[in-house]
Design a protein around this ligand. Structure first.
Ligand code: AMP
Length: 439
């Protein structure tokens, strides 16, 4: 039997796994300077968290959640008994809802305290139709700042993200930052109604899905991939004309901070983002090279109502998530490599079997000294050991032969210059450490 990995998943091997680690390290190093501390929440949560927090009218919750029943739940369902929240669990489709739940549950936001800033990295799960840049298990790095409504938070977070993308090597000219304001509970309801009316007035020109959305989530019609729907929605009223004074002022201050910090952006009044919980600022970063239609590498926004939905407590929030796989595609298109080859420092070769145990000990002491060292474990000939050293990209080859060992010495070959010399076996570790440091 051959078992394959599930549809829409990937094995991250060597360079891919190292790139993922490196991206997290670079992100966390930078985000730390903006006050973020790491958080790890469970990869599954009670389904109701996502249902209430994100909303069933979204694709993410309505169609794409991997939901699991806890053991025993099926039997209870068969008996017609109601399930407890802990018996219906979903793999997290995104990180915000779980992080906000964790802030509330762990009381991280005492009244009057400073905003709490959390950063996370990990896999997310959505049962999407897999394609390039769209997986069922993908990886996100994200941040959430809870406890402040001020536009300066929106601005510092977006600026931080654009600085990060720049730092990891995505060329500025191949990125587009789209921004919009979605208003709040004062101005959005009237706008929502205006869009609903617009959809109903154009129902014949819009797809079934958009028509269905008229009542559940009309703003999502702006997200429709259908070309005709896009054209029709071009003519819809714009939220920018419907913002109340507070939201307009908030949006203006946000944009002023971006301007003052040299961040280029485009206003896109139709950017509504997929999730229900956004208020005020929303944004998305797209790349123009290498990704085709899945061109969003990150996005986020303000969600001042989410905390009260999941916990009954009130606290404004702002955050974003970025997608590791798509960033890697964008970096690939730009010719950027985050990690490079992990080449061997020293290969320890044995001329014959009598030298193998000593070779083992030399290899171990090189590793104890912090070097990346390897030796033969398969009884290969000296010639194929040399080939092996080349394949590993080793810098130095230490060769142990019976004659040299009898004199307490080993041969050392610099594999770049092919220079060879003899070194006392007692000095070999220090010799290799010095040689590697000089490179
Ligand atoms: P979202 O949580 O939908 O706002 O997504 C944030 C970012 O995660 C996107 O901009 C993508 O870079 C990435 N992303 C979302 N869904 C997927 C997916 N199915 N596969 C790969 N990356 C994704």
């Amino acid at each position: 039997m051959q078992v394959n990995r599930p549809l829409g998943t990937e094995d991250l091997i060597d360079r891919d796994a190292r790139s993922w680690n490196e991206m997290q390290r670079m992100a966390f190093d930078m985000f730390r300077r903006y006050g973020y501390v790491p958080v790890e929440t469970p990869m599954f949560e009670q389904t109701q968290l996502f249902v209430h927090g994100i909303g069933t009218s979204t694709d993410v919750v309505g169609k794409e959640m991997f939901t699991v029943r806890s053991p025993g739940a099926l039997k209870k369902m068969g008996e017609g008994a109601a399930l407890k929240p802990d018996e219906v669990l979903s793999l997290r489709p995104e990180g915000t809802a779980g992080t906000v739940r964790a802030v509330a549950q762990n009381n991280l936001l005492p009244t009057g305290g400073a905003p709490v800033k959390l950063m996370y990295a990990g896999p997310m799960f959505r049962a999407e139709r897999p394609q390039r840049g769209r997986l069922r298990q993908f990886h996100q790095i994200g941040v959430e700042c809870l406890g402040a409504h001020d536009a300066s938070i929106d601005a510092e977070t977006v600026i931080m993200l654009m600085r990060f993308f720049e730092q990891i090597g995505i060329p500025g000219e191949s990125m587009r930052l789209l921004v919009n304001s979605m208003g709040d509970e004062n101005c959005r309801p009237a706008y929502r109604t205006a869009i609903r009316d617009y959809i109903l007035a154009h129902s014949e020109d819009l797809c079934d899905e958009c028509n269905r959305r008229a009542d559940t989530n009309p703003l999502r019609a702006f997200d429709c991939k259908n070309e005709r729907c896009r054209e029709v929605m071009e003519g819809a009223p714009k939220i920018s004309d419907a913002l109340c004074d507070d939201c307009r002022e908030h949006y203006t201050r946000f944009k002023r901070h971006l301007d003052d910090n040299g961040i280029a952006y485009e206003e896109d009044p139709r950017l509504v983002r997929g999730l229900d919980y956004y208020t005020n600022t929303v944004f998305e970063v797209q790349v123009t090279d290498g990704l085709g239609s899945q061109n969003a590498i990150g996005g986020g926004g303000r969600y001042d109502k989410l905390m009260s939905i999941v916990s009954g407590k009130d606290a404004p929030g702002f955050g974003f998530a970025i997608g590791y796989e798509r960033i890697m595609l964008a970096l690939g298109a730009a010719g950027v490599d985050l990690v490079g080859e992990d080449a061997l420092d020293v290969y320890v070769a044995s001329v014959d079997d009598s030298c193998r145990d000593t070779a083992f000990n030399v290899m171990m002491s090189l590793r104890d000294a912090g070097l990346f060292a390897e030796a033969d474990h398969q009884g290969r000939s000296l010639k194929s050991q040399f080939k092996q050293a080349d394949r590993y990209g080793a810098s130095i080859c230490v060769v142990l032969g019976p004659d040299e060992l009898a004199e307490g010495q080993v041969a050392v070959r610099d594999l770049a210059t092919h220079e060879q010399e003899r070194v006392r076996i007692d000095d070999i570790t220090g010799y290799c450490v010095d040689a590697m440091q000089r490179r």
